[in-house]
Write a protein that binds this ligand. Structure first.
Ligand SMILES: Nc1nc2c(ncn2[C@@H]2O[C@H](COP(=O)(O)OP(=O)(O)OP(=O)(O)O)[C@@H](O)[C@H]2O)c(=O)[nH]1
Ligand SMILES: [Mg+2]
Length: 255
C-alpha cells in the first residue's frame, strides 16, 4: 500500500525536464524571445522591459512549465567569438530554438552557416529544431519563403528529426506560443532523449541543474539577467499567434 501511494505521489509531483538551447547570431532576438516566453507562460512573472535587454555575454537561463513538461532554456550569446561555446551544451540538450533576424538580409548567409554547423553536429542528432524567423513585425523584413529559399541548401543536412520554421515576433509575441507548444510536443515524443525527472515538491530548495560551463571562463560570465523561474507558478498561455506555412520533409520536419 505504501509503495502504491508513494508511487502515485511521485507521479503527481514529478515533472519531466527538458533543456532547450536558444541559438542564433547576435541581435537575432534570442533573449527577447526568452523574456517574452517567460512572460507568457509564467502567470506571475513580471518580465523585464524588453527595450532594456542588452547583448548576452555568457548565457541566460529561464524555466517554464507546460503541463507535465518543464522546459529549461539556455539562451547563449550569439556574437562570433561566443559561437564556439555553443557545442559545449549540445550533449545535454533536448531541443534547439534557432532564431533568425528576418530584417538582417546582409547577415543571412552567416546565419545559414551557423545553422548548418548546428544541424550537422553529431551531438545534436535527432534533436528537434524550431527555426524562428523573428522580427516579422517589421514591415520590410524578409518573408518566410525568402528565408526558406536562402536556407534551402540545409534541407538535406537536417537529418531525421522534427524541424519547423515559424514566423515570429519576439517583441509583440506573435508566433511565440505556437513555437513553444510545438517544441513541447516534439521533445516529449522524442524517445531518443528522455527527460530528466524532477520532484517538484521541494522546488523552493532546488536550484536548477547547472548548465555545462564552457572551459573558457572569460567568455562564460553568467549574465546578471539570468532567471531560474523555478519558484514561479505555471501557466499554459492561450495561443494568440500566427503560424506560417512550412515545407514538410518528414513527419513534423519543415523548413
Ligand atoms: N522589431 C523587432 N525587434 C526585435 C525583435 N526581437 C528582438 N528585437 C530587437 O533586437 C535587438 C536584439 O535583441 P536581443 O534579444 O538582445 O538579441 P540576442 O539574439 O539575444 O543577441 P545576443 O545576446 O547579442 O546574441 C533588440 O534591440 C531587440 O529589441 C522583434 O521581434 N521585432
Ligand atoms: Mg541575448
Amino acid at each position: 500500500m505504501y509503495t502504491l501511494l508513494s508511487g502515485l505521489y511521485k507521479y503527481m509531483f514529478r515533472r519531466d525536464e527538458y533543456c532547450i538551447l536558444i541559438l542564433g547570431l547576435d541581435n537575432a532576438g534570442k533573449t527577447t524571445f526568452l523574456e517574452q516566453t517567460k512572460t507568457r507562460f509564467n502567470r506571475t512573472y513580471k518580465g523585464m522591459s524588453l527595450s532594456k535587454i542588452t547583448t548576452t555575454v555568457g548565457l541566460n537561463i529561464g524555466t517554464i512549465d507546460v503541463g507535465k513538461a518543464r522546459l529549461m532554456f539556455w539562451d547563449l550569446g550569439g556574437q562570433d567569438e561566443l559561437q564556439s561555446l555553443w557545442d559545449k551544451y549540445y550533449a545535454e540538450s533536448h531541443g534547439v530554438i534557432y532564431v533568425i533576424d528576418s530584417t538582417d538580409e546582409e547577415r543571412l548567409s552567416d546565419s545559414k552557416r551557423a545553422f548548418e554547423k548546428v544541424v550537422t553536429s553529431e551531438a545534436l542528432e535527432g534533436v528537434p529544431i524550431l527555426v524562428l524567423a523573428n522580427k516579422q513585425d517589421v514591415e520590410t523584413c524578409l518573408s518566410i519563403p525568402d528565408i526558406k529559399t536562402a536556407f534551402s541548401d540545409c534541407i538535406n543536412k537536417i537529418g531525421r528529426r522534427d524541424c519547423l520554421t515559424q514566423a515570429c515576433s519576439a517583441l509583440t509575441g506573435n508566433g511565440v506560443n505556437e513555437g513553444i507548444e510545438w517544441m513541447v510536443k516534439c521533445v516529449v515524443r522524442n524517445i531518443h532523449r528522455p527527460p530528466r525527472q524532477k520532484d517538484i515538491t521541494s522546488l523552493t530548495q532546488q536550484t536548477p541543474r547547472d548548465p555545462p560551463m564552457p572551459t573558457d571562463s572569460n567568455q562564460a560570465e553568467m549574465d546578471p539577467s539570468q532567471d531560474t523561474g523555478l519558484e514561479r507558478p505555471t501557466d499554459f498561455g492561450a495561443g494568440l499567434c500566427f503560424a506560417d506555412a512550412h515545407l514538410v520533409k518528414s513527419q513534423d520536419q519543415e523548413i
